[in-house]
Design a protein. Sequence first.
Length: 213
Amino acid sequence: MNVLVVKANNRPATEGISSKMYETFMESVKDNKDLNVTTYDVYEEDMPYFGQDLFNAFGKLQNEEELTDIEQRLLAAKQKAMDAISAADLVVFAFPLWNLTIPAKLHTFIDYVYAAGFAFKYDAEGNMIQLMTDKKAIFLNARGGVYSSPEAAPMEMAVNYMRNVFGGVFGMQIVDEVIIEGHNATPDKAAQIIEEGLERVKEAASKLVHQNA
């Protein structure tokens, strides 16, 4: 099984809980020879933001015109992200909730792969067809506050967004979610909350390992 791990937090694991979740997952699967694990670190990749430069590049390609440096970088970055997703049987996302949503770098990765004809298409009647139903996804998310309560849940736009994109639009099967929350809101319980969450990360990795033993 080809596993792509998208790391979307550049804080050290001593400070960033989703970084620690990433490290825990990687440590748990490193000895399994049936898993081909690749990391795509959105903070290490050259990922210019999605915008008019990319659309200009598309137009220039059609007209066989010379591309600027930023246009070349955008096309290369977009292709690399799409190739990474294409090669994966399972995609693991390790990401935090920042300011109610996902980090901008992760959003840029999604912008690269959220493409008609690649992740989805439309039929003759205009209905959307999911094109990634053969792939699976795991979400590893950390959020310092508590957003699982009915009152706060509508404000949470990180995991919900990822579900809607990768499950709803792309059609991936979301096989596991591990969410660590509340460690900032209740600092007296932080160590326990984090420890229990990391154990659930290990369990998610273990299930994956056993499925491919």
